[in-house]
Ligand binder design. Sequence first.
Ligand code: BMA
Length: 793
Amino acid sequence: MDLSGEWRLRDVQGEYDLAMQLPGDGITALHRAGVIPDPYFGRNEFDLRWIAERDWVVSRSFVHAAGPADLVLDGLDTVADVILNGTTVLQAANAHRRWRVPVDLHPGENHIEIVFRSSVQAAAAAQTTMPFHIPYQKVNGPIPHANMLRKPQCDFGWDWNIALAPFGLWGRVALEAAPAVGDIFVSQRHSVGVADVTVRVAGATGPVTATLCGQRTTAEAVAGEAALQVRIPDPDLWWPVGQGAQVLHDLVVTCGQTSVTRRIGLRDLALVSAPDAAGRSFGFAVNGRPVFARGANWIPADALHGRITRDGVRDLLQSAVDAHMNMIRVWGGGRYEPDWFYDLCDEMGLMVWQDFMFACHLYPSTPAFLAEVDAEVRDVVGRLNHHACLALWCGDNELIGALTWFEESRRDRDRYLVNYDRLNRCIEGALRAVLPVANWWPSSPSPGPMAFGDAWHDDSSGDMHVWSVWHEGRDFAHYRDVKPRFCSEFGFQSYPSMPVIAGFAETADWNIASPVMESHQKNPGGNARIAETMFRTFRFPNNFANFVYLSQVQQGIAIHTAVTAWRALKPHCMGALYWQLNDTWPVASWSGLDHGGGWKLLHHMAQRFFAPLTVVAVPEANGGVMLRVINDTPAPVRVTVVAHAADMSGATRALSEAVLDAPTDRAADALHIPAGALDAAEILSFVWVTEGGQGGGDIHAPRPWKAYDLRPARIECAITQDGATYLLTLATHALAPFVAVGADVPGRFSANAVTLFPGTPGQIRFTPATAAATPTFTLRDLHSATCAVPERT
Ligand code: BMA
């Protein structure tokens, strides 16, 4: 019996009594009932912290046949007592787990209550029981002590998140018969033309049968567990997007009268990390083929889990694929996502780097805490291990670096390092106990197993987080000084797009220093960093909307600089996952997608700089530029590369061209532009085209844009309607870099932040999210955003 749907929510003080949907969260329920305003609007956040200070009761009645049943609760968030007909049947404190409790039901009406204790108070109380103080990072915890609770760590605030500490339940709530089988663990070994699949079925008795691709095996369960081997000849393989098809097969496990199905992909997905001349490599090989990982970091789809929908998440993941990403990293400060999230990734061919949920703070290693972590890891791995998309299990986010962030752990590193290692051993041990062949990486960033060095600045080994440009204020060119083996985090902030800002700020607040805008910026100094970078890069924008526009352009330039530099290092570097794909609420952040799923200019630029086949400009110390071709497709491609010099009028002059076969295993030099080939007033413009007619183009400005005397572009825009889509034809009168179109209704542009040359009109399609929408378009370009606006007299 499904118990989801409408429940009642009341506080223990007796002030509120209202309807609440489960699955859902209490803050969303209060908002939907009209009790509180939209938490994301203006500065409402700060008036709503009282909610998390209280204890709340969620309850309902139901009629059920008398007798035993299992009460199933997934994602119970977090410190909760479950009371059935007056008896406490569960006391839980881990939002990441599934709970299954045998209960006895009354004949007729039964009453169930879930008492949610204030997680804010529970976290503070837990700290007082620790044998020594376990510090948390204040910028990522405006509500203190999140590290004490097994709850999404960003719920207590983060340097991009609202701090509301929601409570509720995000998975199933149901009554079920006791299951015939427990978790199913799938591992694979591939050799030429054969896949050997091992299926371990926990919680089974008697004979168990596994059927896969027409092959059937039966084994008797021993001590509650059955191990089955299925050999698949000529397996139809699963590939990440861009490498081949996403073939999924039903694995059917039958025990007695019960059959359960897991959709699996047959693939050999290896973490390749071995000592080499530079240090230690890091990358992934799928079915024996090294695959450069292009992607971004995933954070929860909304700060309030009651607002998350499968369609919304599908849209975000599809946007990742549409921007040519093949990997996302489910970052350790959020949550293990629901099963359907990984189903979507399987289907889309998006590899998942899965962190365990520990981030940026220090954590306890008391026996009770480790016992909870051990149970959590076994539970999560039991739930998710069979997914084709799962490429890596990673111990945590930035816990090694965090040892240097606190007075206590700097003073007594031995204690806190041992404390950390106990946690890390616990996670690895639990993972290997249930999935011995798992791809495991101890932490992100990490130079490798048993290495505890500075993976923020050491580019020799393992995965790296490069934050020097954003957090240390280095210029964009610094990305080129770093040669990561795999960069799993690097980012640069921008403001959300204007329609998103209009959703949380009155026009009177449209100023980056207004209290409302400042409260939608959670990184101390973030606005100053954006403004200061703008000074370095552009002439200053002439109004708020253009400030927002330039913030997105410079974010795109920053990440373009890093990604093109590191893709050009393939195979020394085998991955670039920028920080971050999405937003949890409308906020200034490092995301490429706005809250709600709209594309910021970065995401449009990512669609180009992540294209499987591309040509990138690598500046040389002497002023020359090497154009390198990168081919991440499965086969070599013949490419023609043509370079021009362009001045600010948009006039071009041919420089040189080359034809070459682009290999798949490494980036290759394509065309050299010697120092002095460009005049000071010129930029480099280059295009490429394959024999199959596919191509692209890019520009490289050797100096910051503010150094060039841009001319008025006076862009003319003709709009025609073609069914549900709009075609914008843009013609410029001068070189126009980063031309951006916007719409006042949700929808998708086919391209954005494009460079226009006179005489070559650009075409951009806009498809509104709803066909009936009648969009009004805005048009921005670098010159008009930064030219002097005459003062009105
Ligand atoms: C990285 C992430 C997050 C954070 C981001 C921006 O360290 O792991 O903790 O939001 O930097 O500061």
